[in-house]
Design a protein around this ligand. Structure first.
Ligand code: HEC
Ligand code: HEC
Length: 264
């Protein structure tokens, strides 16, 4: 079959890793085998993430901390005025995103939630996706959840988004006709173009990628994966990518938040 020939071509021989346990193509990961992408990285990259002084992400996170406590030039309150240790604390908050927002009747990820606060509570326009300021604020807020187990709600109004994200994960697409699941469920642990394929969790994002030489969002990472299989990447902030983020969060339940991570 043409399809399997393509697949063999992509998964080049010469991999030194043991094969993962065989799984039916529709299966999810067993809870006992969930592993962070961190465990598949080279020791040098792991060390960069582990040391806050060498982790380049902190250029963004420190800027985010500064923005968080800055009073908007137009007046109004700083994020830090409303968010304190006792009032809407930010510690642990990022581990629950994406989440359904009643007021806008939509699923919002952390970037979207921060922009909601700008619009609703600071009368400021939303920051552009992947702008330095939104990355900085998202990175700072996410850093306050480091070590907190990923735990998203897929109940109630969030349920349809979960289904949408899950369907995308298993859907074959692009010129290579591959699904996320084929790499991240069925071939994790194997080599692909110099990377060891991980299970595709989002717990390290936003993260600094050496390939980007920059800090970037989870959706930027998803766009790279879609581009890698020659599929048209979705728009930043699209409902579907946010739904995929929710599915990934549910799939990664219990993994510690690592953002700001470092990846290859
Ligand atoms: C052809 C194989 C392939 C496909 C298909 C693929 N990816 Fe990936 N993905 C990779 C590789 C290689 C990396 C970088 C190494 C790794 O797995 O962390 C990666 C990284 C990731 C990461 C970052 C993991 C981390 O810890 O840094 C996420 C999240 C991810 N992929 C999600 C997805 C999603 C969602 C899809 C479907 C839209 C997808 N991938 C499709 C190969 C693939
Ligand atoms: C005037 C007060 C106010 C300001 C200023 C404000 N927020 Fe909020 N924020 C809230 C309230 C209240 C909530 C709870 C949800 C709601 O009512 O909108 C919230 C919710 C959040 C959440 C979700 C927390 C959770 O546990 O789900 C995040 C993240 C957040 N804000 C980040 C920020 C950031 C970042 C800024 C600055 C850009 C900011 N907020 C500015 C009042 C504020």
């Amino acid at each position: 079959m043409i399809r399997s020939v393509l697949f063999t071509l992509i998964f080049l021989p010469g991999c030194s890793q043991p094969l993962p346990p065989a799984m039916a193509s529709d299966s999810a990961l067993a809870p006992s085998e969930i592993r962070s992408g961190l465990t598949f990285l080279q020791p040098e990259t792991q060390a960069l993430q582990a040391d806050d002084f060498s982790n380049p992400s902190y250029l963004w996170v420190d800027h985010g901390a500064e923005l968080f406590s800055r009073t908007p030039p137009s007046g109004g309150e700083a994020c830090a005025t409303c968010h304190t240790a006792t009032n809407h604390p930010q510690e642990g908050a990022a581990a629950h995103y994406p989440a359904y927002d009643e007021a806008s009747k939509s699923l919002v990820n952390l970037e979207g939630r921060i922009n909601l606060c700008r619009e609703r509570h600071q009368s400021l326009p939303p920051l552009a996706y992947e702008s330095e300021d939104l990355l900085a604020l998202t990175g700072y807020v996410a850093s306050l959840s480091r070590g907190v187990p990923v735990s998203v709600s897929i109940e109630g109004q969030a349920a349809p988004y979960y289904e949408m994200g899950r369907a995308y994960f298993f859907q074959r697409k692009g010129q290579l006709n591959l699904a996320c699941s084929q790499c991240h469920n069925e071939h994790w642990g194997r080599q692909l173009r110099g990377d060891t394929i991980s299970q595709g969790h989002g717990n390290a994002f936003p993260a600094y990628r050496l390939e980007w030489q920059a800090f970037g969002s989870l959706q930027r990472r998803l766009r790279d994966c879609d581009a890698g299989i020659r599929a048209e990447p979705l728009d930043y902030g699209s409902e579907l990518y946010t739904a995929v983020e929710l599915y990934l969060g549910s799939r990664a339940s219990g993994l510690p938040m690592e953002s700001p991570g470092v990846r290859r």
